[in-house]
Design a protein around this ligand. Structure first.
Ligand SMILES: Nc1ncnc2c1ncn2[C@@H]1O[C@H](COP(=O)(O)OP(=O)(O)OP(=O)(O)O)[C@@H](O)[C@H]1O
Length: 437
């Protein structure tokens, strides 16, 4: 198991990770999600002892990585597939890693077979495609047959066959009782691979729950209704009947109707009463992508100017302090069925960043109230997680300033000087990267 408690990392004035607490349990694939720059890689680097936390701690099987006995046999990681010696043959690259960790050469050939690189084992990795490089990185992670595996964007550059292979590999590793922690920006893939999610935004925990709970908590279900295409008046009649009954009706691209606010049997009865024939009436849940977009809308740092021009970002509303981003509307925000996250300060203590920046001018919630299922979800969590869940639903300001001393005192920093230990099963640079970025 991986356990982070109050994990914080600052690079000078930049807070990359703030007060992150979570557990990654064995036996399931845990997805690690967050917008660009939200601190996923930094967190993984701290898990692997490649960066020292500024505050807090993270352990694997109860030990900080650098004190973990026989670490390369217990933990495997793919952080950066390009971090290999390009002049070396794939097999030699793995062989050198194996020798450093006392792993027999036979295991090298085994993992080359597992990742499908046996044919090119004697080729220099600098000639490898992105996907082949990913496979080589995965082979390195598997080398020590570890119980704990971390993968940062493992499907990056893989073709569909490769993506399917990684998905099945992750699942089978978890099914063997291993701890599998994997970051990705591909929501559709995560939905198929992970059972549990840890979502961060601007270095702070946004969600820690199962994929199913996550989608339920961050989206509203809806019904799809279709009437005969040849009779548009039927569609109009049904739209009026549903709207009069309190439903919200939106046209879908294929001509169907998306209905929220009415249960399926009621929609059926209303159609019957209006003498409208239905060709489809089906229940739907939003996708992980939709739920993720809704949750992280306020924690996205990097947006295309085209998105801004297209209305994804609003001008700074009057009264908002300089440097504080306005709430960012998401597509569909003004449409029925959309609900805003709960207003800031609903329960729990604000974190220092939110307290300093966002709380004084908490944006008014334009529509609706806290969705009941979300409130229920918060209540099922232990108090500290409730606080974090609530904090996540606020507009997260950019955590540029160091946190208040009180928060620092609560965290338990590790001693900065650690006894040297074996490097993780991967290549990466160490903690002095301030100079290199
Ligand atoms: N060595 C460093 N020195 C200074 N700032 C850093 C350093 N490493 C990371 N950061 C900053 O910390 C923040 C988190 O970066 P990180 O790479 O962990 O994000 P990420 O979630 O992995 O992003 P992505 O999804 O784009 O890979 C970013 O703002 C980044 O610029």
């Amino acid at each position: 198991m991986i356990e982070a408690v109050g994990l914080t990392k600052r690079y000078g004035a930049k807070t990359a990770v703030y007060n992150l607490s979570f557990q990654v349990r064995p036996g399931t694939v845990t997805g690690f999600l967050g917008p660009n720059g939200s601190g996923k890689s930094t967190t993984m680097r701290m898990i692997l002892g490649l960066d020292n936390p500024t505050a807090g701690r993270v352990t694997i099987a109860g030990y900080p990585y650098r004190r973990l006995p026989n670490a390369p046999r217990q933990v495997g990681a793919l952080l950066d597939a390009k971090a290999v010696h390009g002049g070396r043959h794939a097999r030699n690259h793995l062989l050198s890693l194996a020798q450093l960790s006392g792993i027999p050469a036979s295991r090298v050939d085994e993992v080359l077979g597992v990742v499908g690189l046996t044919e090119v084992a004697k080729k220099r990795s600098k000639g490898f495609s992105l996907g082949m490089g990913q496979r080589l990185g995965i082979a390195a992670a598997l080398l020590g047959d570890p119980q704990v595996l971390l993968f940062d964007e493992p499907v990056n550059g893989l073709d569909p066959e490769g993506i399917l292979w990684v998905r099945n590999l992750m699942k089978s590793l978890a099914a063997e009782g291993r701890t599998v922690f994997v970051s990705s920006h591909l929501m559709s893939e995560m939905a198929l691979t992970a059972e549990h999610l840890i979502v961060i935004g601007r270095g702070q925990l946004l969600a820690d729950m199962s994929v199913r709970e996550f989608i339920a908590a961050n989206s509203a279900g809806f019904a799809r209704v279709r009437t005969p295409e040849t009779e548009p008046q039927q569609r109009e009649k049904l739209t009026s009947a549903l709207t009069e009954a309190g439903g919200q009706v939106l046209p879908e691209q294929d001509g169907a109707l998306r209905v929220t606010g009415l249960p399926l049997p009621r929609i059926s009865d209303l159609a019957h009463d209006a003498d409208v024939r239905l060709w489809e009436l089906s229940p739907h849940q939003a996708s992980l992508e939709e739920a993720y977009m809704r949750l992280t809308q306020g924690a996205v740092d990097y947006r295309s100017t085209a998105d801004q021009l297209g209305g994804f970002q609003q001008p700074q509303p009057p009264g908002l302090a300089p440097g504080i981003a306005p709430p960012v509307p998401v597509p569909g925000q003004d449409q029925p069925g959309w609900y805003p996250p709960p207003a800031p300060q609903q329960g729990g203590q604000p974190n220092p960043y939110a307290g300093q920046a966002a709380a004084p001018q908490a944006p008014a919630q334009p529509q609706g109230a806290t969705p009941p299922e979300h409130t229920a979800m918060l209540r099922t969590l232990p108090a500290p997680q409730q606080e974090q869940q609530t904090a996540m639903l606020r507009k997260l300001p950019e955590p540029q300033q160091p946190p208040q001393p009180q928060a620092e005192a609560q965290a338990q920093p590790l001693p900065q000087e650690q006894p040297p230990a074996a490097e993780p099963t991967k290549s990466a640079t160490s903690d002095n990267e301030d100079a290199t970025r």
